[in-house]
Design a protein around this ligand. Sequence first.
Ligand SMILES: NC(=O)c1ccc[n+]([C@@H]2O[C@H](COP(=O)([O-])OP(=O)(O)OC[C@H]3O[C@@H](n4cnc5c(N)ncnc54)[C@H](OP(=O)(O)O)[C@@H]3O)[C@@H](O)[C@H]2O)c1
Length: 314
Amino acid sequence: MSEFVTLGRSGLKVHPIGLGANKISDADASTNTEYGGDILLDAIDKGLNFIDTAFIYGDGKSESIIGNTLKKNNLRQDVVIATKGAHEYVDGELTLNNSPEFLTKQVENSLQRLQTDYIDLYYIHFPDEHTPKAEAIGALSRLKEQGKIRSIGVSNFSFDQIKEANVHQDIDVVQDEYNLLNQEAESKVFQYYQEHNISFIPYFPFASGLLAGKYDQHTQLTARQKSRPQFQDPTYSDILGKVDQIRPLAEKYQTGLQNIVLAYYLSKNVVDAVIPGARNRKQMEQNLEAAKIQLTEDECKFIASVFPPSFKLK
Ligand SMILES: NC(=O)c1ccc[n+]([C@@H]2O[C@H](COP(=O)([O-])OP(=O)(O)OC[C@H]3O[C@@H](n4cnc5c(N)ncnc54)[C@H](OP(=O)(O)O)[C@@H]3O)[C@@H](O)[C@H]2O)c1
């Protein structure tokens, strides 16, 4: 599975393991978070070519790190960049804006930060409450005609909003939360994606690292973690028990549990690529191995039986 795949009908060819770049502006030795430019260079060296960023990741810092790193190393042509916009600061308050004027300005700003003439995939990051979806997508279609973006995506849209946005079949990719603890997208919209040749990219694939296999009953949780429902019993013990049931697959494939989870998502027809967030080069390198794993049909069925679609983190 390690060859490149095409994202929906966009024509973009990407490595199925992308780099989720929301943490790359947070370099901090105390949390073992490395400088994002180093992770990016290492990732490209190892064959990764798909980078997922957004204006709101560090208020432009993630995009700037990516732009600087690619420019300095003359690597723009080697990567596929996806970025997103919709967030606007108004009098210091964060709001959402999908107006054609705002999205057009946001694309220009992202182009500057990324130091490039084109963005491969531009998503509306979140829907706003007032702009008709067809108008917002119309603005992106014009930017596509001008060659400033190459394909169009939406993120965090409801099913009704996706259908409204796709009325002229302009949507190439949808990005939404999907993981073994929240499979709502699968039951609701996967069939629509299939019928409309839309690629689905799941975000939050490890659910705060819970599905990355590093937690057990002995793990010392931080106060912040303990305040979150997924780290509270009985939910926490339930999740750990389920994760333990699929650990033997990681042993069979001699890999980390997180790669079994990624390979499972990639076994879905509409999921062409995944974008795990990596805090450092080690995590990124480990996650790249998922592209080599081809789970059997029975193994996929087994994982689905351990994490039935009805299991949803409250
Ligand atoms: N469209 C949207 O609205 C939206 C929203 C959220 C995210 N995203 C995108 O999705 C990407 C991924 O989301 P995410 O970072 O929030 O969640 P995630 O991928 O589910 O989790 C990332 C975390 O998993 C852990 N991890 C990753 N690789 C690991 C490995 N090999 N071994 C052990 N642990 C590992 C790390 O946890 P530790 O930090 O504990 O080490 C890492 O910070 C983001 O970078 C972003 O590009 C999009």
